[in-house]
Write a protein that binds this ligand. Structure first.
Ligand SMILES: [Zn+2]
Length: 372
């Protein structure tokens, strides 16, 4: 790698520390920052996920058939790293359902080289009700708000307040899905707009929350959004789905303009227990390294590069994931035993993964550089 990331080592057993992150490019320092780093998130995954192994196997079978079919005849067509534009790509690939994840030699980012085209992806997200079904399940609304969205909102508000000494005035949630996050912000008295392209997401938000989401493309409508005076833009589970994350963040920097402002996003991590497990069970992947949706797979270095190169400054990070659940669900499926999915084991094992930075997700906040 011509780029390298140096970080303070995590303390074992601590769930917060200030770390120094230093990004070097050919031995030149690109940035050196103090970053607020959080480890582990308490949540009960079994409340949200089905713990029936037969259902898991069935879902894996459906996804395997669909993805293998989609990628079987898909030729390689991405020859540049979507994060740093380097053409130096390593030969070794992770092959999942005939899709090929390759690694950039410059910034260590992993991406699907034979992904669907932009048009195919947009078509897929616009029309697929199947993909949205987890997120549009009405019975799960309150559980999802309590277990997923509320802890994230609290964390972001805390980061924003620490930095600027006030709450955000207006939030834009990009790729908002069914509108849970927008709904929760409004309930907390914070103005929040959402953008979504899928019909099922738009309908769900209208029907259940009476919220009108924007169905505008952010790339071609950024000037419209700039007039709204946002000071926080959120990307929950979006960046890994888009074909050009660098352009997305650069546009976000323009939308935020000269305000004291921040972005927050969650991204999947390559260097995680989930990746390790899924490479051992490549025919049973229903999340994380699912190459249809997750066309971008991040490392700490590639995320730092993305943030820095799009005019932002890394402010805080939060490592957590579903790695222990992934391990146990795969083992349960392998040994045909539901008893492996134990709440306490999932919790303790995940804590161990998180404090060793082996989590499959991270959330970051970054402040907009106002000096341009
Ligand atoms: Zn790269």
């Amino acid at each position: 790698m011509s780029k390298q990331l140096f970080k303070t080592k995590p303390y074992l057993s601590s769930n917060f520390q200030k770390e120094i992150w230093e990004l070097k490019d050919f031995n030149e320092i690109s940035f050196r920052e103090e970053v607020n780093v959080f480890y582990n998130k308490k949540f009960d995954i079994l409340k949200l996920k089905n713990n029936n192994i037969d259902d898991f196997n069935q879902k894996a079978e459906t996804i395997s058939v669909s993805r293998n079919q989609l990628f079987k005849n898909k030729n390689d067509h991405i020859f540049e790293c979507p994060i740093c534009n380097s053409k130096e790509i390593e030969k070794e690939t992770i092959n999942i359902y005939n899709a090929k994840y390759v690694q950039c030699s410059n910034c260590s980012h992993n991406f699907v080289r034979n992904r669907l085209t932009n048009e195919e992806l947009i078509n897929f997200y616009t029309n697929s009700t199947n993909y949205q079904s987890t997120y549009t399940n009405e019975a799960q609304i309150q559980n999802r708000i309590d277990e997923i969205y509320k802890p994230k909102l609290d964390w972001v508000l805390n980061a924003f307040e620490k930095k600027f000494g006030r709450k955000p005035k207006r939030i834009l949630d990009v790729g908002t899905g069914s509108g849970h996050f927008v709904k929760m912000c409004l309930d907390e008295g914070i103005t929040c707009d959402g953008i979504e392209v899928s019909k099922s997401g738009l309908d769900f938000a209208k029907k259940n929350f009476n919220i009108d989401l924007y169905d505008k493309d952010i790339f071609s409508n950024w000037e419209f959004f700039k007039t709204k005076d946002y000071d926080l833009i959120t990307f929950w589970g979006l960046i890994e789905h888009v074909t050009d994350p660098l352009k997305l963040l650069k546009i976000s920097s323009k939308i935020l303009g000269n305000n004291d402002s921040m972005i927050v996003g969650s991204v999947p991590r390559l260097h995680s227990l989930s990746s390790f497990i899924q490479r051992s069970f490549p025919e049973k992947i229903i999340r994380h390294l699912d190459p249809l949706g997750h066309i971008q797979m991040f490392t700490d270095l590639s995320l730092s590069t993305l943030v820095h190169d799009s005019n932002f400054k890394l402010h805080s990070l939060w490592y957590f994931g579903m790695d222990s659940y992934e391990l146990l669900v795969q083992l349960a499926s392998f040994s045909k035993s539901n008893t492996l999915l134990d709440k306490q084991i999932i919790k303790e094992l995940q804590f161990l993964m998180d404090i060793n930075t082996l989590s499959d997700s991270m959330i970051f906040t970054a402040t907009n550089n106002n000096d341009e």
